[in-house]
Design a protein around this ligand. Sequence first.
Ligand SMILES: *[C@@H]1O[C@H](CO)[C@@H](O)[C@H](O)[C@H]1NC(C)=O
Ligand SMILES: *[C@@H]1O[C@H](CO)[C@@H](O)[C@H](O)[C@H]1NC(C)=O
Ligand SMILES: *[C@@H]1O[C@H](CO)[C@@H](O)[C@H](O)[C@H]1NC(C)=O
Ligand SMILES: *[C@@H]1O[C@H](CO)[C@@H](O)[C@H](O)[C@H]1NC(C)=O
Ligand SMILES: *[C@@H]1O[C@H](CO)[C@@H](O)[C@H](O)[C@H]1NC(C)=O
Ligand SMILES: *[C@@H]1O[C@H](CO)[C@@H](O)[C@H](O)[C@H]1NC(C)=O
Ligand SMILES: *[C@@H]1O[C@H](CO)[C@@H](O)[C@H](O)[C@H]1NC(C)=O
Ligand SMILES: *[C@@H]1O[C@H](CO)[C@@H](O)[C@H](O)[C@H]1NC(C)=O
Ligand SMILES: *[C@@H]1O[C@H](CO)[C@@H](O)[C@H](O)[C@H]1NC(C)=O
Ligand SMILES: *[C@@H]1O[C@H](CO)[C@@H](O)[C@H](O)[C@H]1NC(C)=O
Ligand SMILES: *[C@@H]1O[C@H](CO)[C@@H](O)[C@H](O)[C@H]1NC(C)=O
Ligand SMILES: *[C@@H]1O[C@H](CO)[C@@H](O)[C@H](O)[C@H]1NC(C)=O
Length: 654
Amino acid sequence: MRSSIYGISFFFLFCIFPLVSGQLASKQSNTMITVSHQLANSSWNVEKEQNPCLWEGVTCNAPHNDSILSLSLSGFGLSNSSFLPLLCQINSLQSLDFSSNLFNSIPVEFFNSCGEIDGLKSLNFSKNMLVGSLPTFQKFVGLESLDLSFNSLNGSIDSQLNGLSALKSLNLSFNHFTGSVPSRLGKSRVLEQLELSMNRFTGEIASEIGEHGNLIKIDLSGNHLNGIIPESFVNLTKLETLILSSNQLHGAIPAGLLGITTLQRFSANQNNFVDLPSTNPSMSLKILNLSYNKITGRILPQLLLGSNLQTVDLSYNMLTGPIPVTISSSLVRLRLGSNYLSGPIPSTSFVSLPSLTYLELDNNSFTGTIPPQIGSNRKLALLNLAQNKLNGTLPDELLNLTQLEVLKLQLNKLSGEIPNQIGRLNMLSVLNISWNSLNGIIPPSISNCGKLISLNLQNNGLTGLIPDAIGNLKFLLELQLGENKLHGRIPDMPQKLQISLNLSFNNFDGPIPTTLSGLNDLEVLDLSNNRFSGTVPDFLVRLSSLSQLVLSNNQLFGDLPQFKPHVSVDINGNPQLHRPKDSPPVLSKKRKPVGVTIVITFAAAVLVVEVVAIVFLLISRRLSKVNEEQLQSLEVLSPPRVIQANMLTANGGP
Ligand SMILES: *[C@@H]1O[C@H](CO)[C@@H](O)[C@H](O)[C@H]1NC(C)=O
Ligand SMILES: *[C@@H]1O[C@H](CO)[C@@H](O)[C@H](O)[C@H]1NC(C)=O
Ligand SMILES: *[C@@H]1O[C@H](CO)[C@@H](O)[C@H](O)[C@H]1NC(C)=O
Ligand SMILES: *[C@@H]1O[C@H](CO)[C@@H](O)[C@H](O)[C@H]1NC(C)=O
Ligand SMILES: *[C@@H]1O[C@H](CO)[C@@H](O)[C@H](O)[C@H]1NC(C)=O
Ligand SMILES: *[C@@H]1O[C@H](CO)[C@@H](O)[C@H](O)[C@H]1NC(C)=O
Ligand SMILES: *[C@@H]1O[C@H](CO)[C@@H](O)[C@H](O)[C@H]1NC(C)=O
Ligand SMILES: *[C@@H]1O[C@H](CO)[C@@H](O)[C@H](O)[C@H]1NC(C)=O
Ligand SMILES: *[C@@H]1O[C@H](CO)[C@@H](O)[C@H](O)[C@H]1NC(C)=O
Ligand SMILES: *[C@@H]1O[C@H](CO)[C@@H](O)[C@H](O)[C@H]1NC(C)=O
Ligand SMILES: *[C@@H]1O[C@H](CO)[C@@H](O)[C@H](O)[C@H]1NC(C)=O
Ligand SMILES: *[C@@H]1O[C@H](CO)[C@@H](O)[C@H](O)[C@H]1NC(C)=O
């Protein structure tokens, strides 16, 4: 008797219980098994695991697990979408994620049958290969999130989305849509995220978008939109992010827009805007990018005061007047380059700003001296004051900026000597103080800047010898010492030199030194306009990467050795130097720089990402004359971060 009771209990515990309350409804289970046969993916295999709730990407309504809530087949490598309508039989579904597969179409039956699932809230087909026009979403009355980004959908958007009355998040970015930006986006106006970037939308931004008062994020960047920003946008009182970059929008920015109290990010770079809004920006504002517009007038002081402000980019505009005397202490990055700003750099603007990491004031008309106070911004990693009218000496206080990785002061009127202790800046990878009026010697301590990649001292009045220890700069790829008054022995050169070694227009004499013989990566060697004498040594022929050798205006003599045809050799102004009889003078085309890729890869391993971008820009600009426009990639979303311990983090720029 007792044992039979136990027996019955055991029966209940181990057989009935799991059958009744731990198992998927058989209809759903059968559907899943049918689908699994079509998928042929080992993580969906009823032989291995009988309970589909435990298959990868399947979420059931735990703890009962009698119905499926969501399916994620993201990254399953699927290309045949014919099974999709089957899944619509699972009417408990709330979320379907098919992102990162290889679908090029979605069967029409999918829209018919999945539209019937009232509880379906989220649909993700991002990162597939979908082509054709946007499907019509009939029914789908509960759908809150639709992500079709990163596909190749095209055509215009008319009424396809009209039925989606609960839609909160729409992402159609990175497709080929044309026509005007859709504006009727769900009658109930619950839309919060609108992402339409990187398409081919044209025309004006419909004022109706401003009537979706719940919008938190709008991204319309990378389209062909024109017209103005609708005035109605100032009514978007929950807006946090507005990105309009890279369009052809123009006119004035609506007065109240920056004042929206929730607004954290406004990026409208690469448009044709003409005015900065005159109202005070919201205290929430963190990121403001209005670079590459046609903005005139002065920078109003309140624009740079926001207590949460991190990034302001107003470069490439037509701004005039001075820099405001007070700047928010939260600022991380300030770019005011390539405007018509003038006056001195105020000594009060940049004092002990604890977060300031990137400061770019280049290509303006600033006068006066470099304020020593700049040295108090201890976090600075990039300081670019190039191409202004700054005079006076390099303040010693700059040497306090021990985090500096890029220092660009070229094309100014700086005088005096390079500080002896320049070697304290031992994080430097780019030092450019070319085209100034510096004199004195090249301080030997420069060899402590062991991370230098590019050192440019061109066109100053530097005298004396090249320091012996220069060979210690083992990452140096470019050394520009031309147009100075250097003389004497040329020491061993950094062995990695690749982009260029330029010693032209100095007072070097004697034979071309053997210290140049090991530079097997070097592409350009310029020894012109010195007093080098003797014959042209054979080791130059063996520099295997050399594409350009400039020997003009020296006192070389004898027969020029036979160089490979792709090496262009300029020997003008050496009356005693002759090309071998049977070789015609080579006017070779400028060889494509083999170095650039290596440079970039190399630099990426060591540097702040911005630095990479800069080195890349400079090198590519100089060597392959890449069109500047091509390099104006869209803004990247996260704020810039300096790399820790040689590890590269995600980029904030370009
Ligand atoms: C229910 O399903 C979830 C996965 O969806 C799983 O983690 C859990 O272990 C399942 N519970 C039971 C009792 O099977
Ligand atoms: C199965 O799906 C996983 C993702 O969970 C994917 O990594 C794998 O490549 C797929 N296997 C096959 C054979 O497609
Ligand atoms: C896609 O799968 C279905 C069902 O398994 C099959 O009938 C069809 O031939 C497949 N299509 C392609 C192009 O492989
Ligand atoms: C859709 O899937 C992609 C890729 O897995 C993911 O990055 C994206 O956040 C998803 N979309 C939504 C709205 O969750
Ligand atoms: C959309 O793309 C398809 C090919 O993917 C093409 O046949 C069709 O003409 C395109 N439609 C439009 C409106 O561009
Ligand atoms: C599309 O946009 C939504 C809403 O902003 C976002 O959650 C999702 O991650 C985006 N998708 C991708 C692939 O980035
Ligand atoms: C902003 O909203 C108010 C109230 O709904 C409305 O009266 C006004 O016309 C709107 N302003 C714009 C510019 O659309
Ligand atoms: C300097 O600034 C002007 C004005 O924005 C711009 O047109 C020019 O291209 C800039 N020059 C450089 C070298 O960036
Ligand atoms: C720097 O230039 C200013 C004019 O812009 C001039 O008044 C000043 O004397 C100059 N200072 C030096 C050290 O050359
Ligand atoms: C900054 O540099 C100046 C001049 O080199 C020096 O006198 C001063 O002590 C330095 N400040 C700090 C905080 O190290
Ligand atoms: C340094 O400045 C010169 C002069 O403007 C410029 O040609 C060169 O590209 C700059 N190099 C670097 C690495 O900044
Ligand atoms: C602003 O946008 C431009 C592209 O127009 C980009 O190059 C730049 O890096 C952005 N500025 C910041 C600070 O992110």
